[in-house]
Design a protein around this ligand. Structure first.
Ligand SMILES: NC(=O)c1ccc[n+]([C@@H]2O[C@H](COP(=O)([O-])OP(=O)(O)OC[C@H]3O[C@@H](n4cnc5c(N)ncnc54)[C@H](OP(=O)(O)O)[C@@H]3O)[C@@H](O)[C@H]2O)c1
Length: 244
């Protein structure tokens, strides 16, 4: 492999925005590790992209499984010695739609935070040495406008009446983590940004989103391929700032 070619890892990439992010990054010439928690589904997804002529390889990665995280980090270290792009895309939305904020179960809160928050942090910690070893690494944390306090407290915002507390709070933490990690890495070439993909037609939205997945992946791809003079510690949708 050409040693200057960028290497990306995209989590939760068996379907939806993650899969499309792999497609677009590979289309831009990046070698993409398509990570899925089920190896059969990950292989099928990677095979489909390879059939489109894209250079993609499947890896087994349940983001909540520490052994999987360690194994993929060891594989990337042995094969490439660095990681140029990490897209923390895997996420779950488990809040019961018929339940009020006060009625969501603690099991829902725990499971949501295990995947959307703790796994993202643990995975980033595991890959940070490899990201630091790259010339100019990019970390993209896939958040949501539902994590925005500014929008949740504004009666004029379109999400004002959409309260999914475990999911929303998990994405607020993703935003906070992004700011903190970006601050830590501010004097390095590593850039860390959170994005809102838009309201996208995927399984998570029951296919009811406003955006086709090809547009839904664009914010992640934009931040993954950010130029050296690009920002860090931001929360954006298609390059436009969102309220925290
Ligand atoms: N769709 C939207 O409108 C929207 C809006 C704002 C933010 N987002 C965020 O965008 C990201 C992608 O969402 P999506 O709409 O593409 O969702 P999706 O269609 O439900 O896909 C979610 C992906 O995450 C994977 N995943 C879940 N738990 C995992 C785990 N423990 N380990 C590894 N992979 C795991 C799923 O894998 P399996 O195939 O194995 O289940 C699947 O590939 C999420 O972080 C979501 O919160 C989406």
């Amino acid at each position: 492999m050409n040693s200057t070619r960028k290497i990306a890892l995209v989590t939760g990439a068996t379907r939806g925005i993650g899969l499309e992010t792999c497609r677009q990054l590979a289309g831009a010439g990046v070698f993409v590790l398509l990570a899925g928690r089920n190896m059969t589904r990950a292989r099928e997804a990677a095979d489909a992209l390879r059939a489109e002529g894209l250079d993609v390889e499947a890896v087994l990665l349940d983001v909540t499984d520490a052994a999987h995280v360690a194994a993929v980090a060891a594989l990337v270290e042995a094969r490439f010695g660095r990681l140029d792009i990490l897209v923390n895309n895997a996420g779950v939305l488990l809040d019961g739609p018929g339940r009020k904020p006060s009625e969501q179960t603690l099991a829902c809160w725990r499971e949501t935070f295990d995947t959307n928050v703790f796994a993202m942090i643990a995975l980033t910690q595991a890959f940070l040495p490899l990201l630091r070893a790259a010339p100019a690494a990019r970390i993209v944390n896939v958040s949501s406008q539902l994590g925005s306090f500014g929008l949740h407290t504004d009666p004029r915002s379109s999400i004002y009446d959409l309260k999914l507390p475990a999911y929303d709070a998990s994405k607020s933490v993703v935003n906070a983590w992004t700011v903190h990690l970006a601050h830590e890495l501010r004097d390095t070439p590593v850039k860390v940004n959170a994005i809102h993909p838009g309201y996208v037609q995927t399984d998570m939205t029951g296919g009811t989103g406003e955006l086709h997945v090809s547009d839904g992946a664009r914010s992640s791809v934009q931040m993954a391929l950010l130029a050296d003079d690009g920002p860090t510690g931001t929360f954006t949708h298609l390059g436009e700032p969102l309220p925290w």
